[in-house]
Structure formats: structure tokens, C-alpha cells
Design a protein around this ligand. Structure first.
Ligand code: PEP
Length: 220
């Protein structure tokens, strides 16, 4: 079945040449919808993949030095934007309110927001999911929205979430937002991707997305 596979390159690779190399390798026909989210300077459209961005600012234009808006990203070909990734929440201090602004602006500017949610170690999963969905999607038309469930303990650690936990979170999110497509993210690799894809609408891949052979095995 056709699933959504999103690659979050994070702050990698370091050169345009290396980025082009990855785009070229990943620009292949596959049954899945593949979305590549490189760093801003390396955004480049392809034939077989969809272009995405890792973030956008919570305003569309104005005196916000260094900021990039969803409208600009749309103009250079981005169709998806990650919003509320845990690294944005924790390193850059983004709140649910800011994230909600971004989600709304993405929709207004005709880009699909991928709202990332997930609990930290020691937090109650269901409470965090409910709160982040309620606040992140406040006054949002949820038809076609994409939610990426990414428990923080699983991001970049190699400790993938247990399948039964993924199913439980998937079902909870679907119960709250029936229209949503629900993806899982957190230490997805070529060995666990197939099993996770069976129980979700797709995956968000971080570290493994810049390892060429690894990501190719995931998308093929
Ligand atoms: C991510 O950054 O969204 C992510 C899931 O990272 P990783 O696959 O490296 O855990």
C-alpha cells in the first residue's frame, strides 16, 4: 500500500554537492510518496520525490531577520513542512501556541504541515498527545492533516518504539483526529521500516535518511 515516507536530513549534509548526490540517488520511482526535507540552502525539486522543509517561521513576511516563511517555501517548490519537531520545541523553545500559528500559516499558504508530537521520558504519553494535538490544531481544519508521532526517547537513539506502543499511539491520534494521516518517527531504519509501515500511514526518518543505501532500502 502507498505510504508517506519523509526524510528529515536535519542539519546535514554540509555541502550542496553531497546534498545533490542524495537527491540524485533518491529520485527513483517507488510505490510510496517520498518527501525529502533538506536544509534550506539545499532545497531542490526532483522528478520522483516531493520537496519538503524542516521548519518555517510563524509569520508570513516582515522584519524577522533570518526567518523563512511557508509562503517562500511554497514558492520554491515545498509541498510539506515539518512543524513542531521535538528539536524545535526543545532546542529552539517553540511552544504549542507558536506551533499552532505555523500549522495555520502552512495551510493558508497551501503547504501541508506535518505536525510532530510526542512525549518525553517520564511524561504520560496519552496526556502529551492529547495536549499537543488540542493546542497545535486549535482552530485548524484537520482534513488531510499529517501527524508524526515521535516519542523523544526514540529520536536519534536507536531505541525504536515497540510496535504495540506505536499501534496504541496511532489509534489514540486517529480517535482524536479521524481525518489525519498518522506517521511514526524515531530510529526508523531499513530493518524495522517495513513492520512499522504495516501499522501506520507512513514514517518520518531522521538519521537513516542521509545514509544512502539505508534510505534506498526503506523507500524501495
Ligand atoms: C527525526 O528527527 O524526526 C527522527 C525521527 O530522527 P531519527 O530517525 O534519527 O530517530
Amino acid at each position: 500500500m502507498k505510504k508517506i515516507i519523509i526524510a528529515n536530513f536535519k542539519m546535514n549534509p554540509l555541502t550542496k554537492k553531497e546534498a545533490k548526490n542524495l537527491f540524485k540517488a533518491y529520485d527513483i520511482k517507488t510505490k510510496h510518496t517520498v518527501v525529502l526535507c533538506p536544509p534550506f540552502p539545499f532545497l531542490e525539486k526532483g522528478k520522483n520525490y516531493i520537496l519538503g522543509a524542516q521548519n518555517c517561521f510563524c509569520r508570513t513576511e516582515g522584519p524577522y531577520t533570518g526567518a523563512v516563511s511557508s509562503k517562500m517555501l511554497k514558492d520554491v517548490g515545498c509541498e510539506y513542512i515539518l512543524v513542531g519537531h521535538s528539536e524545535r520545541r526543545h532546542i529552539f523553545g517553540e511552544t504549542d501556541k507558536i506551533i499552532n500559528h505555523k500549522v495555520k500559516l502552512c495551510i493558508k499558504n497551501k503547504v501541508k504541515p506535518v505536525l510532530c508530537i510526542g512525549e518525553n521520558v517520564g511524561e504520560k504519553k496519552s496526556e502529551v498527545i492529547k495536549r499537543q494535538l488540542k493546542e497545535g490544531l486549535k482552530d485548524v481544519e484537520t482534513k488531510g492533516i499529517i501527524i508524526a508521532y515521535e516519542p523523544i526517547f526514540a529520536i536519534g537513539t536507536g531505541k525504536v518504539c515497540e510496535i504495540k506502543e506505536i499501534i496504541e499511539s496511532y489509534n489514540l491520534i486517529k480517535k482524536i483526529v479521524p481525518d489525519a494521516k498518522v506517521l511514526y518517527g524515531g530510529s526508523v531504519n531499513s530493518l524495522n521500516a517495513k513492520e512499522i509501515l504495516k501499522v501506520t500511514d507512513g514514517i518520518l526518518v531522521g538519521g537513516a535518511s542521509i545514509k544512502k543505501e539505508e534510505f534506498l532500502k526503506i523507500i524501495k
